[in-house]
Ligand binder design. Structure first.
Ligand code: OGA
Ligand code: NI
Length: 343
């Protein structure tokens, strides 16, 4: 089948008044927005104290958030406001470029490192998701930045600066998470080989029938940790004890969630938690996850320090590239990819 000429949701939305059939989920798989919990959220952790006398208190907060939620928000994280503002505005500008300009970056091959695409994996999925996204690899920056869009003109500079800041935050969080598990501070850092960092800019246009579809259906992230920046439009929801909780945006904070690799490295002490993005009928939404990950050749398995007679290793060792390919080929769904790596 020939590629559609206007594959992106953002270019479809002006010409329709109801949801096209390929976005409609079956009855049993809809967001049920009226059942979502709005009255409490995930923990908000102040990172100010991480490098002072409150160090152990902050580590304890991180340990509890990782254990009970797999998700937390951070403030006083060290990423300057201007860097965040520019990242959000350049993302908005990119998705408002003329279609011909945006489509220069289009590809539906999930193994391509720089690409604009739509839904999740259009080659394998049956129902589409109400999302367009630009994906970039961003560490080491100099290996990839030459592939990035050059329009808007300051794209590479603004996004490059953001990526460097996000990486510094990721490294501090990995040290803190290692410590919270009782491992050496640099355990995670060393386990990730040469490290990898990917960025997605998710664009969710207004949707005529948000009850019938998802921006992204429930899934766990395949990487180590995700640092999510979102604009001021709600849409992210996290599964806690069988109920979906809405995570409403707090300006200039980040949302941190644990990915599948932390679940494996921690031998299930910490879990990679299901989350999803829903859409709405009036406002476009932008979210920007930084996926911090191992390098493709890194061998991942449970930390030996967390294994004893009572806690046998729950997963076999594997290379991150094996995991990552399985994740993209299998399609987004709530059955975790982790089962394929269980002992
Ligand atoms: C993701 C994701 C959530 C959001 O891109 O993996 O979970 O709020 N995004 O867009
Ligand atoms: Ni996710």
């Amino acid at each position: 089948m020939a590629a559609p000429t206007k594959p992106l949701v953002s270019d479809l939305v002006s010409s329709i008044s109801s949801l096209p059939a390929n976005y409609v989920r079956p009855d049993c798989d809809r967001p049920n927005l009226s059942e979502v919990t709005l009255d409490y959220s995930i923990p908000l952790i102040d990172l100010q104290g991480l490098h002072g006398p409150d160090h152990s208190k902050v580590i304890k907060e991180i340990a509890e958030a990782c254990k009970y939620y797999g998700f937390f928000q951070v403030k006083n994280h060290g990423v300057p406001k201007e860097v965040i503002d520019k990242m959000l505005s350049i993302s908005r500008e990119f998705f408002h470029l003329p279609v011909s300009e945006r489509m220069k970056n289009y590809s539906d091959d999930p193994m391509k490192m720089t690409r604009l695409s739509t839904s999740f994996n259009v080659k394998t999925e049956k129902v589409s998701n109400w999302r367009d996204y630009l994906r970039l690899h961003c560490f080491p920056l100099e290996d990839y930045i030459h592939e990035w869009p050059t329009n808007p003109p300051s794209f590479r500079e603004d996004v490059g600066k953001y990526c460097k800041n996000a990486r510094e935050l990721a490294l501090r969080l990995l040290d803190a998470i290692s410590e919270s598990l009782g491992l050496e501070r640099d355990y995670m850092n060393s386990a990730l080989g040469k490290h990898g960092q990917h960025l997605a800019i998710n664009f969710y246009p207004p949707c005529p029938q948000p009850e019938l579809t998802y921006g992204l259906p429930g899934h766990a992230d395949p990487n180590v940790i995700t640092i999510l920046l979102q604009d001021d439009v709600p849409g992210l929801q996290v599964l806690k004890e069988g109920k979906w909780i809405a995570v409403n945006p707090i300006p200039y904070t980040f949302i941190v969630n644990l990915g599948d690799q932390i679940q494996v490295l921690s031998n299930d002490c910490y879990k990679s938690v299901l989350h999803r993005a829903v859409v709405n009928c009036s406002k476009e939404r932008i979210s920007i996850p930084t996926f911090y990950c191992p390098s493709p050749d890194a061998v991942i398995g449970p930390a030996p320090q967390l294994i004893d007679d009572d806690h046998p290793p729950l997963y076999r060792n594997y290379s991150y590239s094996e995991y990552y390919q399985k994740f993209w080929n299998r399609g987004l769904n709530s059955e975790t990819c982790l089962d394929m790596f269980k002992n």
